[in-house]
Ligand binder design. Sequence first.
Ligand code: AP5
Length: 205
Amino acid sequence: MRLILLGPPGAGKGTQAQRLVHKYNIVQLSTGEMLRAAVAAETPIGLQAKDIMASGALVPDEVVVSIISDRLDQPDMKNGFVLDGFPRTVPQAAALDDLLRKKHIKLDAVVELRVNESALLSRVETRVAEMRARGEEVRIDDTPEVLSKRLASYRSMTEPLIHYYSERRKLLTVDGMMTIEHVTREINRLLSAIGAVEPKAAAPA
Ligand code: AP5
């Protein structure tokens, strides 16, 4: 199974990606996580990305495309993958199309999680509070100021992908305002409806 999860910051992409990974034994490819690891390790990419991420802007397309291109060549991709946070611009989507075409890989679907803005803000606030309570380091881009810039980046750079994938008949839209469990069920139901998984495999565990 090859999927893309699309949605604004805090929509639940990471949460749903993890659930898909467990259910279908596929790999989660989160460019946000990969970039945070690169920042923490102070690699050349991390040093380039650090200030951009802290400001809520997007890292240059060529940087994330090369990360994903390298990752898609790894042997653990054979069962499939869920892309979480990539592509995020039309040029990234076009580059992904090229990569997949060259590797003879077919994309099954793009799942868009729709969540309204006030819910996004409160979800990220909750995430910050929970991380603090667990004594974990809070993401530096999870402040209200940076979050509003991340949302603006999403609206201007990423939202056009809804049209891009809808035109290519890949888009499945899910109401992300439901509970985590209900969102998972709806994603599985839609994947089964398009034949990406057997109805039995998509049923709740
Ligand atoms: P990234 O790490 O991808 O962050 P994001 O897209 O802003 O998304 P989040 O991780 O904040 O949210 P999410 O949708 O995964 O929600 P989650 O499941 O955590 O990117 C960070 C930065 O990296 C970017 O700003 C950019 O600079 C750079 N970057 C990354 N990819 C790039 C790319 N391709 N190109 C260029 N730059 C790139 O859920 C959030 C919270 O809500 C959690 O606490 C969760 O428990 C809760 N929650 C989830 N679902 C529900 C629900 N249904 N009901 C109630 N609560 C819920």
